[in-house]
Write a protein that binds this ligand. Structure first.
Ligand SMILES: Nc1ncnc2c1ncn2[C@@H]1O[C@H](COP(=O)(O)OP(=O)(O)OP(=O)(O)O)[C@@H](O)[C@H]1O
Ligand SMILES: [Mg+2]
Length: 445
């Protein structure tokens, strides 16, 4: 087993503390004796666990200690304090805010090693997960195990081996472009280019020259030959996104290319043969556009040889759990490090929401919540989602639970002469948890 990195920060009288002799041999210890050295060590290396040893420090020092801990929240800190120090409100607040756990002097080596091991395990769980952790859930870049997504994966694998055009339909944000990429990556053209063109975002007067290129002198400003995007995609895949936005006159040019496999650059009569696979996508039903005379029927037939539908997210809510987990990990680097996951209420709200903006909306809400959340768990409010009405009636139950918790803590503190260690043992929680609960309920020791 490789050694686990541990930073110990001793503030106050350092001669008291034979820390290296106390620790088990599985730790790679870096010991420092002031906050500046601690900051420097933390800048140079990542320490999953930190040990903060304080004795007789002035209350004034608490602000600096607090600032240092605040700046390094991804470290799991274990404190060792004089028993009387933990009674001071400033130190209690600091412990509740920043510490994984704490002990009081004198050190009990067995218990301290146990706590540090625990903190290390927690740091590992909390850290960025390796890609492999997605297991079988991630395939072709598409996360999800619902019947609908499994069906889509099968279809992707089938059409990848053909060379006919593919037409992908799906609501906005559902994963059309991801599907197009997956088809390309699983095709014999995977080593070739994947060129994506958004037909809706290129101005109508430019799109022809962008797609087909031009010859020098074709128009004012055409000072040299230019290859178009279709030629650039030779040997690979051309992805025509929002194909429904392609102007009518260009639809005729595209149709000709699909029939003849050749293009003419603007201003040139020379036909150039281009070997390109075309994948098109649309979030509008093209049959409607045909009826409205906005889309050529013959082009629709040409493109629609292999139709694929990307299901809307609300039709595959089974995928929400793995997607939420996936994006929580994917944006781990942006999150408030204290954040450990989603509350049950948040998951209920996620399941109840209709997701009109599909996966893109899910990504946006999760990213925002991961930055904005103030607690350890993301709440429905952080996601700006409503908890469904039927479940809100559960609030009465929640309140009853909270009241019962508060009463139990009061009762146990009273029964144990306000001794935290004994009260915690009584309640079956760690002292740290008891301190947190007391803070939550506004109970003083
Ligand atoms: N099943 C999935 N697993 C993981 N990520 C997904 C999945 N589906 C979509 N995404 C992600 O969601 C985002 C939106 O997907 P994509 O751009 O493919 O959708 P789209 O249908 O092309 O959207 P638009 O209509 O807005 O162009 C992308 O970041 C994509 O990577
Ligand atoms: Mg798209």
């Amino acid at each position: 087993m490789s050694l686990r990195k541990l930073l110990s920060v001793t503030l106050g009288n350092t001669s008291l503390l034979p820390i290296p002799f106390v620790l088990s041999s599985s730790w790679d210890l870096c010991a420092v004796n002031d906050l500046d050295a601690a900051r420097k060590a933390l800048k140079d290396h990542f320490y999953p666990v930190g040990l903060l040893l304080l004795n007789n420090i002035h209350t004034a020092g608490v602000v600096e200690v607090d600032a240092m801990l605040e700046g390094h929240q991804s470290v799991q800190w274990v404190g060792v304090f004089p028993a009387e120090m933990i009674k001071l409100p400033e130190y209690r607040a600091l412990s509740v805010q920043h510490l994984f756990d704490f002990h009081t002097w004198p050190i009990d080596p067995f218990r301290l090693n146990h706590t540090l091991g625990h903190a290390y395990g927690f740091a590992e769980l909390n850290g960025p997960a390796p890609e492999a952790a997605n297991g079988g859930k991630r395939d072709m870049g598409l996360v999800g195990q619902s019947a609908a997504i499994q069906h889509l994966r099968k279809q992707i694998a089938k059409v990848a081996h053909a060379s006919a055009p593919v037409l992908i339909w799906g609501e906005s944000g559902s994963g059309k472009e991801l599907t197009a990429h997956a088809i390309h990556n699983h095709s014999a053209r995977a080593q070739g280019p994947f060129i994506a063109v958004n037909c809706g975002s290129i101005p109508a007067n430019l799109i022809q020259s962008e797609l087909f290129g031009y010859e020098r002198g074709a128009f004012t400003g055409a000072t040299k030959d230019k290859r178009g995007l279709i030629e650039s995609a030779a040997g690979g895949t051309l992805f025509l996104d929002e194909i429904g936005d392609l102007p009518m006159e260009l639809q005729a040019n595209l149709l000709r290319f699909l029939q003849e496999r050749t293009i003419n650059r603007i201003g040139s009569s020379r036909s150039i043969e281009v070997d390109v696979r075309v994948i098109a996508a649309s979030h509008t039903r093209l049959a409607d556009a045909v009826r409205a005379d906005r889309f050529r029927e013959d082009l629709l037939y040409r493109l629609n040889v292999l139709p694929l539908t990307v299901p809307a997210l609300r039709e595959r809510k089974d995928d929400l759990d793995p997607l939420v987990e996936h994006f929580f990990k994917a944006f781990a680097h942006e999150r408030n490090p204290r954040l450990t996951g989603f509350s049950n209420r948040a998951m209920l709200a996620i399941k109840a929401h209709d997701w009109p903006g599909n996966v893109r909306e899910l990504i946006n809400r999760i990213r925002r919540a991961m930055v904005m959340a103030e607690g350890r768990l993301i709440t429905p409010e952080d996601l700006d989602l409503q908890v469904p009405n039927a479940l809100r009636n559960g609030d009465a139950l929640d309140e009853a639970r909270i009241r019962a918790e508060r009463d139990a803590i009061h009762f146990s503190l009273q029964g144990n002469g306000r001794n935290i260690t004994r009260a915690a043992r009584d309640l079956g929680v760690s002292r740290m948890t008891l301190y947190r609960l007391m803070e939550k309920h506004g109970i003083s020791p």
